[in-house]
Design a protein around this ligand. Structure first.
Ligand code: SF4
Length: 649
C-alpha cells in the first residue's frame, strides 16, 4: 500500500519547503535557519526577574523568548517586559505569549508581543475528561462555536502583523477531539487543522504549527501525519518541533533527540525547543547541537530501496528471525566494545552494569546490564556473569561457551562450516547492494547482521538498508553499530539518540552498538539504554515526565524532581509525572502511572493515572505520600544497596 509522503526525500537530505513566517523582524521557515527558542520559568508578574532570565536566554542564543500569560494581567505585563527588553538592546528578539484556557488574555497579549501561542485543546474548550457522543451535525455546531471564539484573535493578529503558533499537545487534547478521534496522532493533527482552517478562511498565514508529546514515537507520527495532511490541503506552514516534559539530564536530552532528531533527519522542522526541567538557558546549547548537524549536511543521495509496506505513521516492529537472544520477540540487545590494551578483568565490566563482589564471589547485575561485550582478539580468563556474552574476532574465536564469532562480510562469503548458534556478521550498507551477500544472509540462519554506514546521511542509509533486506526476503536480525568521534558527552548522546532512536522508532533494529573512543563505558552504556527507554523498545528504568516549568509553576521543579528521582529511580518501568501546575499538569502528563502536581502555593495533588487520589497534600509531606501511593498500588519495591565498593579494583 502506498502511504502519503511526509518529507521531501527519504534518501537525500533536503529541508521541507515551508512558507516563511514573519515574527517581528525575525523570519522563520522557508530558507531561514532553523530557529532556537525557549521559555521563561519565572513568575511573569516578576517583571525584573523575567527580563533578566530572558536576557540570559538571549545571550545563550535563544532567538524567540516565550513567556506564559495565564490571565489578562500577565498579558498586559508582557508590554512592560517587551519595553524593558527593547531598552536593554534586545528589541529585535520576538516575545511569544503562551496561552492556555484564556482567549481574552491572548487578545491582550497580541497588543504587546510579536507572537501568540494558543493550544487548540483548551482555547475554546474546558477539559473535563468526558466522552461525548457527537453526530456530524453536533460536531459541525461545535466547530462553528470554535470559529466564533477564535476568529477575533486571528483578525487581531492579522491587523497588527502578529504571528501565531497553533500548538497541539498530546496530553491536552480537548474532550471533543478525544471523543471523535481518540488519543491518537490523527486527533492531534485534526485538532490543529480545525484552527488552521479558520486562519486560512481569514486569509491569515503567519502561522507555525507544533504537535508535541512526551512520547517521542507519538510525536514523530503526529508531525509526519500533519505534513501529509497539510500537503493534501495545499498548506505548507512551518513546524515548531519539541518533545514535551522530556525531563532533565541525560534522559531529557536523549528523549528530546530521539523525537526532534528523527524529524530533522527527514528535513522537517523550522524551529526547535528542547523542554528540559532545567534553567531555560541550558536548553539552548542542546537545541543548537541538535540543529547544527544539518547546516552542512550532504545533499548526496543514499542508495534507494523500495520501502514495501512500511508505514511512517504507525509503529510496527520489523519481523526478524530469532537468533539466540536476538530478534524475534526479544528486546533489542546492547553491545559494547571492550577491546583495548588493558587486560580484561571483572572490574572492567562495572561500567556496563556488572559488579563483581569479591567477598561473596558473585556477580551483581544492575538494570542496565549490557548483553554482549566485544573483546576483539583478547581472551576472557574469568567466569562470565550469567547473562553476558562475549563477541570475539572469528580468527581468535575458539568455540567457547557464550563466545560469539564476529566475521566481516568478505570472510562470511567464503567461510562455510558454521557449527555455532549465532555468528555476528559485520557489514556496511554498501555490502547489501551485493545480491550474493543477501542470499548468504538468508541461507545462514545463525547470522546476525551488525550493520554500519560511512554515509553522512546515516539514518536514511541504514533505514533504506533495512528495506533492502525486507525486499530480498531476508529476516536477519540487525544490530546497529556506529562510531562517534566527538569528545563531548552531550554531543555523543544527542547524535547517537538521533541515529539509533530514529531507526528504533520505526521498528527497525534488534540491537545497538554505539562506539566512541573518548567516552567511558558507563556513558556509552547509559546512552544505549537511555535510547532504548526513550523509544520504549526496552524499559530498564523509571521514566520521569516532568514539565520544564514556567510562570505558572508552584514549586521548585528541579529540586523536587531530584528529590523524587532519588527515592524512586529503582522502580523500573514506572512512569511518574511531576508537573508544576494544576491548570495544564494533569492533561500534559498524559500516560504517567502516578502524578505529582502543584495545586497551590505549598500544596500538591497526587494522581493515580488520571484520577485524583489525594488533594492539597502539604509539600513537605508529598514525596512520602507519593511513595505510600505507589506502595498501595503494589508498584513499590525496595532499592537494593549498591555493592560498588566491593568491585574488584
Ligand atoms: S505544566 Fe508546567 S510548564 Fe506546563 S503550564 Fe503548568 S507549570 Fe507551566
Amino acid at each position: 500500500m502506498e502511504h502519503p509522503t511526509y518529507c521531501p526525500d527519504r534518501f537525500r537530505y533536503q529541508r521541507r519547503a515551508s512558507r516563511q513566517v514573519h515574527i517581528g523582524t525575525l523570519t522563520l521557515g522557508g530558507d531561514a535557519p532553523i530557529r532556537l527558542q525557549s521559555m521563561t520559568t519565572t513568575d511573569t508578574m516578576d517583571i525584573a526577574g523575567t527580563v533578566e532570565q530572558s536576557i540570559r536566554m538571549i545571550e545563550a542564543g535563544c532567538e524567540l523568548v516565550r513567556i506564559t500569560a495565564p490571565s489578562k494581567r500577565e498579558a498586559a505585563a508582557l508590554g512592560q517586559i517587551k519595553a524593558e527588553l527593547t531598552a536593554r538592546g534586545h528589541g529585535h528578539i520576538p516575545v511569544v505569549a503562551d496561552i492556555h484556557f484564556t482567549p481574552n488574555a491572548a487578545e491582550v497579549a497580541a497588543d504587546h508581543v510579536e507572537k501568540v501561542r494558543v493550544n487548540p485543546g483548551n482555547y475554546a474548550d474546558k477539559k473535563k475528561f468526558e466522552d461525548i457522543a457527537y453526530t456530524d451535525a453536533s460536531y459541525a455546531a461545535e466547530l462553528e462555536r470554535i470559529r466564533a471564539k477564535f476568529s477575533p484573535l486571528v483578525l487581531k493578529c492579522k491587523d497588527l502583523g502578529r504571528a501565531m503558533r497553533i500548538g497541539t499537545n498530546h496530553g491536552s487534547l480537548s474532550d471533543r477531539i478525544m471523543s471523535r478521534f481518540g488519543d491518537t496522532a490523527e486527533g492531534m493533527v485534526e485538532s490543529a487543522l480545525e484552527f488552521l482552517r479558520i486562519c486560512r478562511e481569514h486569509d491569515y498565514h503567519d502561522v507555525v504549527i507544533s504537535m508535541k508529546s512526551s512520547n517521542p514515537q507519538v510525536m514523530v507520527h503526529a508531525y509526519r501525519l500533519l505534513v501529509a495532511r497539510m500537503d493534501a490541503e495545499g498548506m505548507n506552514y512551518p513546524l515548531h518541533l519539541g518533545v514535551t516534559e522530556a525531563g532533565d539530564g541525560e534522559d531529557g536530552r536523549i528523549k528530546s533527540a530521539v523525537g526532534i532528531g528523527t524529524l530533522l533527519e527527514d528535513g522537517l522542522g523550522d524551529t526547535v525547543r528542547v523542554s528540559l526541567t532545567e534553567a531555560p538557558e541550558a536548553e539552548i546549547p542542546v537545541a543548537r547541537k541538535l540543529v547544527e548537524r544539518y547546516a552542512n549536511r550532504t545533499q548526496a543521495a543514499v542508495p534507494q530501496a523500495d520501502s514495501g509496506d512500511w508505514d511512517p505513521f504507525t509503529y510496527r516492529r520489523r519481523v526478524a528471525r530469532e537468533v539466540a537472544n536476538i530478534g524475534g520477540k526479544h528486546v533489542p540487545v546492547v553491545v559494547h566494545t571492550l577491546a583495548g590494551d588493558e587486560p580484561l578483568t571483572p572490574a572492567r565490566l562495572y561500567g556496563c552494569g556488572y559488579r563483581y563482589s569479591v567477598p561473596l564471589d558473585k556477580w551483581n547485575l544492575d538494570d542496565l546490564a549490557c548483553d554482549y561485550v566485544y573483546v576483539s582478539e583478547q581472551e576472557v580468563d574469568f567466569e562470565l556473569p550469567g547473562t553476558l556474552n562475549v563477541v570475539q574476532d572469528w580468527r581468535a574465536w575458539k568455540g567457547r561457551a557464550r563466545h560469539v564469532p564476529l566475521i566481516d562480510a568478505a570472510d562470511f562469503m567464503n567461510e562455510l562450516a558454521w557449527t555455532v548458534d549465532r555468528v555476528f556478521v559485520s557489514a556496511q550498507t554498501h555490502d547489501l547492494l551485493n545480491p550474493a551477500f543477501l542470499t548468504r544472509l538468508v541461507n545462514v540462519p545463525q547470522a546476525v547482521l551488525v550493520l554500519g554506514t560511512t554515509a553522512e546521511h546515516a539514518m536514511a542509509d541504514l533505514r533504506a538498508a533495512c528495506w533492502r533486506l525486507d525486499a530480498a526476503g531476508c529476516s536477519v536480525p540487525v544490530i546497529w553499530r556506529r562510531a562517534y568521534a566527538t569528545e563531548d558527552a552531550e554531543t555523543f548522546q544527542l547524535h547517537a539518540a538521533t541515529d539509533f532512536g530514529g531507526l528504533l522508532l520505526d521498528g527497525m533494529g534488534d540491537g545497538v552498538w554505539p562506539e566512541a573512543a573518548a567516552m567511558s563505558l558507563q556513558v556509552r552504556n547509559s546512552t544505549a539504554f537511555g535510547i532504548l527507554q526513550a523509544t520504549r523498545t526496552r524499559i530498564s528504568k523509571t521514566e520521569y515526565i516532568s514539565c520544564p516549568s514556567c510562570g505558572r509553576t508552584l514549586f521548585d521543579l528541579q529540586e523536587t524532581t531530584a528529590k523524587i528521582r532519588a527515592v524512586t529511580s529503582h522502580l523500573k518501568g514506572i512512569k511518574i509525572g511531576i508537573m508544576g501546575c494544576i491548570v495544564n499538569g494533569p492533561g500534559e502528563m498524559a500516560d504517567a502511572d502516578y502524578g505529582y502536581v502543584g495545586t497551590g502555593p505549598g500544596v500538591i495533588t497526587l494522581y493515580k493515572e488520571r484520577e485524583v487520589v489525594q488533594r492539597n497534600v502539604p509539600e513537605s509531606e508529598a514525596v512520602d505520600a507519593l511513595i505510600e501511593l505507589i506502595r498501595q498500588h503494589g508498584d513499590w519495591v525496595e532499592a537494593v544497596a549498591s555493592e560498588h565498593n566491593e568491585a574488584e579494583g
